[in-house]
Design a protein around this ligand. Structure first.
Ligand code: ADP
Ligand code: MG
Length: 606
C-alpha cells in the first residue's frame, strides 16, 4: 500500500490578497470604514485596559484622527488605542484572515467590552490596498506595565513586508499611513463625506484635520519718529481638528428613556425630506436570539411623491449598521417591497461589517430580521387603528371613564398615504394577510367617504369588520362587494341596486388593487366575502321581501330569444331574481376575470 502523503497548500500571496480585497469590496471607499473601525476596536480595548493599567498609559481623550498630506500624497488614520506589539504585528497583519480582535473577543467572552468590538474576519485591514500602493503601520502598544516598544510595518502587498523599530513614536496607539494611488482621497470634502457616511454614530470621536489659509500680519519694527509703514501680511496654514461624528446612536438607548421629542428630532436629522411632517409613530426594539439587533423604524405621515411608481424596485429606506458602523442603505431584504417606505435603522451585532452585498442578501439573518420587523410594524399599525376607533360607551358604568385616552386619528393619516402599500401587502404577503386585512378600509353604500379625500375619507370608510358587524345575521350570512372604476359607476350598477333594495350594505371597491385582493380573500371572521359581479353570487332574502319571481314559464322564452340576439357575444343568458329596478345586467362567470380586471389587462396590453 503506498503511503499517503500530506502537503501544505502554498498560496500566491499577492494574488490571494487581490482576490480577497476585490471580491469583498465593490466600492473603494469602504477602506475608510474598515480602518476607522479597526481604530475604534483598538480604542475600545484601550478603554478597557486603562482601568487596570499603570499611569504611564493614556486613559482619556481617546479618538481617531484622520489627516492627509498632499505633498507626500499620503492619508493617515491614527488612534491612541491599544496598539500592537511586534509579535501582534506579525500575527495580525502578517497573516491573512487572522483577527486579533476575534481572539480578544473570545478571551473576553461575557465581558461588556467583547460586545462592542467590530472586527472578526481578519481581512478588513487589507482594504487599504484598494486606494494605496503601500501601507505603513506605526504602532506602540499599551502594556500592563506601561508603553511597549514601537514598531513600523510596511508592505506593498506583493508578497513581502518589512518591519523595523521606530523609537521616534512616543504615544500609544497605531498610525496607518496609506501611500495613495488615487488623489481623490486627499481632498477634505471627500474625506468629510466618507467619514460622516461611515462613522457618524461611532462611540469614539473621529476628527478630520482641516487646513485653512489665513493672513497674518508680520510684525515690522518701526523706529521712533519714522512714519507708520504699511503692514506686511503672510499666509499661514492653520490646522484644526474637526469633530465629524457628533450624531448620537439614538437607537441604542433604552426605548423607555427616549422622549417623543428625541425620536422626532432624530427623524428630522436623518430621514425627513424637506417640508415633511413629523412621523406618526415608531417601532423601537431590541431582539436577542439567533440574530442580535436593534431596530428603530418610523411610520411616516406622507408618501414620497414617486413612491408608488418606484415601489416595485424600491431600494428601501432602512440603513443597516453593524455595531454603529454604517454598512448599507441599500439592503432590499430587510423588509418586503410593500413596506419599503419605512425609514429607519437596523443595527446588528451578529453580522460582520465586511459582508458583500451578495452574501448579505443570502444570509439567514436577513430573513430572521425581516420577519420580525414586519410583525412589529403590523402590530404597531393595528394599535394605531385601535386608537383611532372611538371606545364603546360602557353601558355598565353609564359614563365614560375619566381617564379614557383621547382618540388618536393618526392611523387615518397613515392610511390616506399608504393604503396601496397595505393592499399590496395583503395580496403578496400570504403569511401576514390576516394581519393586514383588518387595517383596510373601503367605501360602502353606507358612507359618503368618496366625497372627501385624505385622512377624512379614510376615517369615513369602513373596515371588513364593520361590514361583518353591520349585517342582520338572521338572514344575511355573507358580506358583499362590487367593483368598478368609480363609486358613482358602482352605485349605478344593477346588481348593487338589487342588494341595496334588500337593505344589504355593499362595499364599493373603486381601486383596481381591490379586485386582485379579493381574489385572495374568501371570508373574513368566517363570514364569506362575495362579489356581486360574479354570476354565482345569489342574494339572500330578507323576511317579507317581494322578489317578483314565479314567472318561470316566460323565463325560458326570454332566455332563448336573448341568446339568439346576442349570439357569441355572451356565454349564456339566464333569468334571475337578483335585479329589482333594471331589466338586465352583464355578469362574469365565476372563473373569468371581472370587468375591472379586463379593463386593467387591456390597459397593460397596450
Ligand atoms: P478584523 O478587524 O476583522 O479583526 P482586520 O484585517 O481589519 O480584521 O484587522 C486585523 C487585526 O489587526 C485586528 O483584529 C487587530 O488585532 C489588528 N489591528 C488592525 N488595526 C489595528 C489598530 N488600529 N490598532 C490595533 N490593532 C489593530
Ligand atoms: Mg477590521
Amino acid at each position: 500500500v503506498p503511503a499517503v502523503e500530506t502537503h501544505e497548500f502554498e498560496a500566491q500571496t499577492e494574488r490571494l490578497l487581490e482576490i480577497i480585497v476585490h471580491s469583498l469590496y465593490s466600492n473603494k471607499d469602504i477602506f475608510v470604514r474598515e480602518l476607522v473601525s479597526n481604530a475604534v476596536d483598538a480604542l475600545e480595548k484601550a478603554r478597557f485596559f486603562a482601568l487596570t493599567a499603570s499611569d504611564a498609559v493614556e486613559s482619556s481623550d481617546f479618538g481617531v484622527r484622520v489627516y492627509a498630506d498632499a505633498e507626500a500624497s499620503t492619508l493617515t488614520i491614527e488612534d491612541n488605542g491599544i496598539g500592537m506589539s511586534k509579535q501582534e504585528l506579525l500575527t495580525n497583519l502578517g497573516t491573512i484572515a487572522e483577527s486579533g480582535t476575534l481572539k480578544f473577543k473570545e478571551a473576553m467572552e461575557g465581558n461588556e467590552v467583547s460586545d462592542q468590538l467590530i472586527g472578526q474576519f481578519g481581512v478588513g485591514f487589507f482594504s487599504g490596498y484598494l486606494v494605496a500602493d503601500t501601507v505603513t503601520v506605526e504602532t506602540r502598544p499599551m502594556t500592563e506595565t506601561g508603553l511597549g516598544e514601537a514598531w513600523r510595518w510596511s508592505s506593498d502587498a506583493k508578497g513581502q513586508y518589512s518591519m523595523e523599530p521606530c523609537p521616534e513614536v512616543t504615544r500609544q496607539g497605531t498610525r496607518v499611513i496609506l501611500s495613495l494611488n488615487d488623489e481623490k482621497y486627499l481632498e477634505e470634502a471627500t474625506l468629510r463625506d466618507l467619514l460622516t457616511h461611515y462613522c457618524e454614530f461611532l462611540q469614539f470621536p473621529v476628527y478630520l484635520q482641516t487646513l485653512t489659509e489665513t493672513e497674518v500680519e508680520v510684525q515690522t519694527e518701526t523706529e521712533e519718529g519714522e512714519d507708520e509703514v504699511e503692514p506686511v501680511y503672510e499666509t499661514e496654514v492653520v490646522a484644526e481638528w474637526d469633530h465629524i461624528n457628533e450624531g448620537t446612536a439614538l437607537w441604542l438607548r433604552d426605548p423607555t428613556e427616549v422622549t417623543d421629542e428625541e425620536y422626532i428630532e432624530f427623524y428630522r436629522q436623518n430621514f425627513a425630506r424637506s417640508g415633511e411632517p413629523d412621523p406618526l409613530s415608531w417601532v423601537h426594539f431590541k431582539a436577542n436570539g439567533d440574530v442580535d439587533y436593534t431596530a428603530l423604524l418610523y411610520i411616516p405621515a406622507e408618501a414620497e411623491s414617486d413612491y408608488y411608481t418606484e415601489m416595485n424596485r424600491a431600494a428601501g429606506h432602512i440603513t443597516l449598521y453593524v455595531r454603529r458602523v454604517f454598512v448599507s442603505d441599500d439592503v432590499t431584504e430587510l423588509v418586503p417591497d410593500y413596506l419599503s417606505f419605512l425609514p429607519g435603522v437596523v443595527d446588528s451585532d451578529s453580522l460582520p461589517i465586511n459582508l458583500s452585498r451578495e452574501m448579505l442578501q443570502e444570509s439567514r439573518a436577513m430573513g430572521t430580521i425581516r420577519r420580525r420587523l414586519v410583525k412589529k410594524v403590523l402590530a404597531k399599525l393595528a394599535d394605531m387603528a385601535d386608537d383611532a376607533v372611538e371606545t364603546e360607551w360602557d353601558e355598565a358604568w353609564g359614563e365614560r371613564d375619566e381617564e379614557e385616552e383621547e382618540r388618536d386619528l393618526s392611523f387615518f393619516t397613515f392610511y390616506a398615504a399608504f393604503a396601496k402599500a397595505l393592499k399590496l401587502g395583503a395580496i403578496t404577503d400570504e403569511r401576514n394577510r390576516s394581519k393586514i386585512l383588518p387595517l383596510l378600509r373601503f367605501h360602502t353604500s353606507e358612507t359618503e367617504s368618496h366625497l372627501t379625500k385624505g385622512p377624512k375619507a379614510a376615517e369615513a370608510m369602513r373596515s371588513l369588520a364593520d361590514l361583518v358587524a353591520a349585517r342582520d345575521t338572521e338572514w344575511q350570512e355573507a358580506v358583499y362587494f362590487a367593483t368598478g372604476a368609480s363609486v358613482a359607476e358602482i352605485r349605478g350598477s344593477p346588481v348593487v341596486e338589487a342588494a341595496l333594495s334588500r337593505g344589504i350594505e355593499v362595499a364599493y371597491l373603486d381601486d383596481p388593487l381591490d379586485d386582485f385582493l379579493f381574489q385572495h380573500v374568501e371570508d373574513y371572521e368566517d363570514v364569506p366575502v362575495l362579489s356581486l359581479m360574479k354570476q354565482d353570487t345569489t342574494l339572500p332574502m330578507p323576511p317579507g321581501y317581494e322578489d317578483g319571481n314565479g314567472q318561470e314559464a316566460e323565463s325560458s322564452l326570454v332566455e332563448q330569444y336573448m341568446a339568439q340576439v346576442l349570439g357569441s357575444k355572451v356565454v349564456r343568458v339566464e333569468t334571475s331574481s337578483r335585479l329589482s329596478g333594471s331589466p338586465s345586467m352583464l355578469v362574469s362567470s365565476s372563473h373569468s376575470p371581472t370587468a375591472t380586471q379586463e379593463r386593467l389587462l387591456a390597459a397593460q396590453a397596450m
